[in-house]
Design a protein around this ligand. Structure first.
Ligand SMILES: Nc1ncnc2c1ncn2[C@@H]1O[C@H](COP(=O)(O)OP(=O)(O)OP(=O)(O)O)[C@@H](O)[C@H]1O
Length: 248
């Protein structure tokens, strides 16, 4: 088990104006892909942020490899996020001034790797994600789907144990979103990382092995019959470092 959440409660505000964003959620995360679905305001992002140690829940526990996040100092949790977690957001949050290769290399350089080695590794990741030849482009010179692939490479280059993605295809058209999702699932499986994806999109959720449905701060997955879990096995890792998601 990588992450275990028990009885997570998150209440914003107090008294009559309190919002119960999470009202007692249990969730276990292990390698593989998990979609968190549910209507707007159902607590998906709050749950993701609690699992990733970005915010502290009002009550309940989150453990990563049996270590309680609440027992860690802010500095320890920040270090954990840098070493073990990768993040992907709706729009890649790439640095506009830096070429793709440096955007991807940045987490390694922040970890103290020499720039040359980090950029070499970044170029390999970009090639693996079908972006060979685009290493020197800045984010403004890439399509939305290409920019998200750069962001995927940046999220995975540190070989995180868990990748957290919040609406990673939200800014893309459906077909580009499908391709990006396929690449994200395959690339995460290739590195052995667990993938946790918050999405509104049923098609995005179908790319994942497991789905959790949130409503009013609760996990209501069990209320849905027939079971919504998909049993799609992760794609086998390619023998050769071929581009993920086919050629684009
Ligand atoms: N920082 C905050 N302060 C106060 N209320 C908040 C805060 N963050 C979230 N909320 C409230 O908590 C509830 C859950 O929000 P959350 O963003 O987790 O939902 P969501 O399912 O991710 O929604 P969406 O799909 O629209 O992003 C909402 O009612 C929201 O308004």
């Amino acid at each position: 088990m990588l992450i275990s959440a028990r009885n997570l409660v998150m209440t914003y505000g107090s008294g009559g104006s309190a919002t119960h964003a999470l009202a007692g959620v249990d969730l276990d995360i292990w390698p593989g892909s998990l979609a968190i679905m549910g209507p707007s305001g159902s607590g998906k992002t709050t749950l993701l942020h609690c699992l990733a140690g970005i915010v502290r829940p009002t009550s309940g526990t989150v453990t990563f490899r049996d270590q309680a996040l609440s027992a860690m100092s802010d500095r320890q949790r920040t270090a954990l996020r840098r070493s073990d977690f990768g993040f992907l957001f709706q729009s890649g949050q790439l640095l506009a001034e830096l070429p793709a290769s440096e955007n991807v290399a940045l987490p390694l350089m922040l970890d103290g790797q020499p720039a040359k080695a980090a950029i070499g590794a970044a170029r390999e990741w970009l090639a693996r994600l079908g972006l060979a030849g685009m290493e020197n482009r800045r984010p403004g010179e890439l399509s939305g789907g290409q920019a998200q692939r750069v962001a995927i490479a940046r999220a995975l280059i540190t070989k995180p144990s868990v990748v957290f993605a919040d609406e990673p295809t939200g800014a893309l058209d459906q077909s580009t979103g499908q391709q990006v999702m396929q690449i994200l699932v395959e690339a995460s499986a290739h590195t052995g990382a667990a993938l946790v994806v918050v999405t509104h999109d049923q098609l995005v959720a179908q790319s994942c092995q497991r789905t959790v449905i949130m409503r009013d701060g609760r996990d209501v997955t069990a209320q849905f019959a027939p079971p919504v879990q998909q049993q799609v096995p992760p794609a086998p890792a390619p023998a050769q470092p071929a581009p993920f998601g086919g050629a684009h």
